[in-house]
Design a protein. Sequence first.
Length: 81
Amino acid sequence: MTRFDYTGGAGLSAGRATRGSGGLRYRRFETAAEALRFAVEDMPGIQQRGALLEVDEARFDHNQIRALYDAPDYPLSHRIK
């Protein structure tokens, strides 16, 4: 498996927003690590399930997002487990 670059810029698209929330649709992050942290730690569960991370034209779904966040080489500390 190719090593994932957590240092490159990333875009995060949220899944379905909760009714009336007007929540996040798309957000750019300086690093993929920050985008992953936001997706796992700050997004509501319903938005996590449909989330899509884009890094260097590669796309990652919510299962892959979680796996990258839980990987041993994830560079940021976890606020939650």
